[in-house]
Design a protein around this ligand. Structure first.
Ligand SMILES: [Zn+2]
Length: 457
């Protein structure tokens, strides 16, 4: 057997054959060429410089008090000091890094911190320090200097404004504004010229991530250092990113309403997770498709990562904003398992589209009795007017009153877990009465009003 006939060789060949093709990268998304050592360093404004390896970015100020470095990505690594040396020699200033600012605690942006002298002063958010103490990574010594909300420093005659506007990409990600250099350093939010990578740049807090672009534009600046890819950003880049995220949000809302979950639950039966995966992936694909079409040729890799980012945005719309997905009952002649009815029934009577007024309140009180019979705590008897408020909330996005659905309820509902308080038997919920007394015309309800009787146990 020759080498080419080995299973490994075959696997490699077939793997290469199935690798997908993507749209070309727009030339405007690319930055300057790298030097032989694999980096580019250039002037942003006056004594502020930026350095990139084509994928990651850092920046530094040369001052009479030494070099102030902003982030230390390990992919640039030793080239950080080489870039500093190059600029310092050309300008006849000190090449000694004396201060290192951390944008956030992630290793891909500060993992070369330990390359710098032990006497360097590290500055970052207090949460960055906490997380670095937790992570205990020798490559990332925790910042000794911290701040909470804002802090202004003047080092070597240069002003540096730090601000933490709340969690976004990470809990500790901060904005670094250099007002005298017309520059904003805000990492892992906007990748100028490029779509965010997986899951909105691997973002932990989507509402904060979306808000971060608006926060960025509220500052006065001309140059944007986003931490990624090969060029600096402009205000237009941030505005374009903002529009891209807004389009994803809007498209996600539409897909949540339009995609029918029934086929997935019919096909996968007892395997609820398989159905959930198929359904949510279908929402993400449906929502992403028009966005990919709009931004291909505009943002590099829009066709590579938009679906992943859309998935994360759609999850936030469900879990943070409480936008409830459809129940798998629109093809009600299909026999679904009793368990599925149980797990999905509650979702037909909750959510932003189901305001608790008029007859809807009757529905809630009826269904509330089922909880009691099942011995499931709902945080107070729904029958009791005095306790009713305890399971009603004001919905933040609609302003309408809805059930007091906890954030985890939407997930718990998938499996019919009783712990969230909305699990009840299909026998107690009476679809016929729903049909006689429709609550409203919301999309999540319409199918029920026109459908035949549901399967009963
Ligand atoms: Zn990060």
């Amino acid at each position: 057997m020759s080498t080419q006939e080995t299973p490994i060789a075959k696997t490699t060949t077939s793997g290469a054959d199935v690798l997908p093709d993507y749209a070309p990268v727009p030339p405007s998304s690319l930055g300057p060429a790298l030097n032989d050592q694999g980096y580019y360093v250039g002037r942003v404004e006056r004594n502020l410089f930026w350095v990139t390896d084509g994928t990651y970015q850092a920046a530094f100020l040369t001052t009479p008090d030494g070099v102030i470095l902003f982030d230390a990505p390990p992919t640039i690594g030793h080239n950080l000091q080489r870039a500093v040396d190059e600029i310092a020699a050309a300008n006849g200033v000190s090449n000694k890094v004396t201060y290192l600012f951390y944008s956030h605690h992630h290793a891909d942006h500060v993992g070369a911190s330990s390359l710098f002298d032990k006497s360097v002063t590290r500055i970052g958010h207090e949460e960055t320090r906490r997380l670095l103490l937790r992570d205990d990574d020798p490559a990332r010594p925790p910042n000794e200097e911290t701040f909470q909300d804002t802090r202004t420093l003047e080092i070597g005659g240069e002003r540096i404004d730090l601000a933490w506007h709340g969690p976004n990409h990470s809990p500790d990600n901060i904005a670094i504004h250099l007002p005298d250099h017309d520059t904003l350093v805000l990492i892992d939010i906007v990748n100028p010229g490029w779509a965010p990578i997986y899951l909105s740049n691997l973002t932990e807090d989507i509402p904060g991530y979306i808000e971060a672009s608006a926060n960025a534009l509220a500052y006065s600046w001309k140059h944007f250092i986003g931490g990624h890819m090969g060029r600096l950003g402009t205000r237009d880049d941030v505005t374009l990113h903002q529009q891209y995220m807004a389009d994803i949000s809007e498209s996600s809302r539409q897909a949540i309403t339009s995609v029918d979950p029934t086929p997935f639950f019919v096909k996968y039966g007892e395997n609820a997770w398989a159905a959930v995966r198929g359904y949510l992936d279908e929402i993400a694909a449906t929502a992403a498709a028009p966005v990919i079409e709009k931004y291909t040729g505009v943002l590099a890799a829009a066709d590579v990562f938009t679906e992943s980012t859309t998935f994360q945005v759609m999850q936030s719309i469900r879990l943070d904003l409480g936008h409830v997905v459809r129940a798998p009952l629109s093809a009600i002649g299909v026999k679904l398992s009793t368990r599925h009815h149980r797990s999905w029934q509650h979702r037909e009577c909750v959510g932003p589209e189901h305001r608790l007024d008029g007859e809807a309140s009757q529905t809630v009180r009826r269904s509330g009795r089922a909880f009691d019979r099942q011995g499931v705590s709902v945080g107070g008897s729904p029958r009791s007017p005095s306790s009713r408020n305890s399971w009603r909330t004001t919905h933040p996005s609609t302003g309408g009153r809805t059930h007091g659905v906890r954030r985890d309820c939407c997930l718990a509902g998938w499996t019919g877990s009783g712990s969230h308080g909305w699990h009840r038997s299909a026998a107690v919920v009476r679809p016929r009465r729903h049909r006689r007394r429709p609550v409203h015309g919301g999309p999540g309800h319409r199918h029920r009003e026109r459908g035949p009787a549901v399967h009963r146990p």
